[in-house]
Design a protein around this ligand. Structure first.
Ligand SMILES: [Zn+2]
Ligand SMILES: [Zn+2]
Length: 259
């Protein structure tokens, strides 16, 4: 059993063949997919897909790229959407100081608000951090991420940030970049992280693993990421699949919902 802990199945790249993509994932042993909305419309779409597919769950939140569109109604809308039992986390939230598509202050305010919301709702968080590790950690600590639990998605290396997240009780999610030839530093860092803190993700349609780099990514490829992780860890594929899936169950509190 495999879990893709972070996919964007609602994106237009999947409009032509969404059901086939989900079917292919299941055929490749991916038993659960967490699809992430990044703005209000995307969140509604994520829930709709999760309602239509018993193996898909939704994660809803406002991505830092879209923070500048947030208004007073946004959080109450997210709150009412979260009443749907298919919603398992608030995300992806965080800071992106690489692309800076929203002003930094706005990103930080939105990140804080959504951690509050997760705490209020009793849901874990899915965190996006790009070129803003230090600021993300400060906000996670100040806003009490220890209480929500959750995952730093798309872990891109840096043992220090991994360690700080683990100290907060968070998990790290490993994407397809671990298969890239030039990712030896990421592999070295992942090797040091205990397997019982690791989740797998595709972040599809982005970041396809080798040999599909540059093409559209899809949840079926989480199998490739699991193989690579098994190689890096010197462990059996089955054990990596089992433990990372169990970790996803723990983070997203699915224990009460066996397939
Ligand atoms: Zn992200
Ligand atoms: Zn994402």
């Amino acid at each position: 059993m495999l879990v893709d802990s972070h996919a964007h199945l609602g994106m237009p790249q999947f409009n032509g063949d969404r059901q086939e993509v989900i079917r292919r994932a299941i055929d490749n042993g991916v038993e659960r997919i967490f699809t992430v909305g990044t703005d209000m419309e995307g969140c509604r779409k994520a829930i709709e897909i999760a309602r239509d597919n018993e193996r898909v769950f939704a994660i809803i939140g406002i991505h830092p790229h879209h923070a500048r569109h947030v208004d007073e109604s946004t959080y109450s809308n997210l709150k009412s959407l979260s009443n749907d039992s298919r919603v398992k986390a608030i995300g992806e939230i965080g800071l992106d100081f690489f692309r800076n598509l929203s002003p930094r202050e706005t990103q930080m305010a939105s990140f804080r608000e959504q951690i509050h919301l997760a705490r209020e709702l009793g849901l874990p968080i899915v965190v996006h951090a790009r070129d803003a590790q230090k600021e993300v950690l400060t906000i996670l600590r100040e806003e009490g991420a220890r209480e929500t639990g959750g995952v730093l998605h798309c872990f891109s290396g840096g043992y220090e940030i991994a360690k700080s997240c683990m100290d907060l009780g968070l998990f790290l999610s490993v994407p397809g970049t671990i298969t890239f030839k030039n990712s030896s530093r990421l592999r070295a860092d992942v090797k040091k992280i205990p397997l019982d803190r690791i989740l797998l993700e595709t972040d599809c349609p982005f970041l396809a693993p080798m040999p599909f780099r540059g093409k559209r990514n899809e949840p079926a490829y989480v199998k490739i990421i699991a193989s690579k992780l098994a190689e890096v860890k010197g462990m059996d594929f089955d054990e990596v699949a089992r433990i990372t899936s169990r970790n996803a169950q723990t983070v997203f509190r699915l224990d009460e919902e066996p397939l």
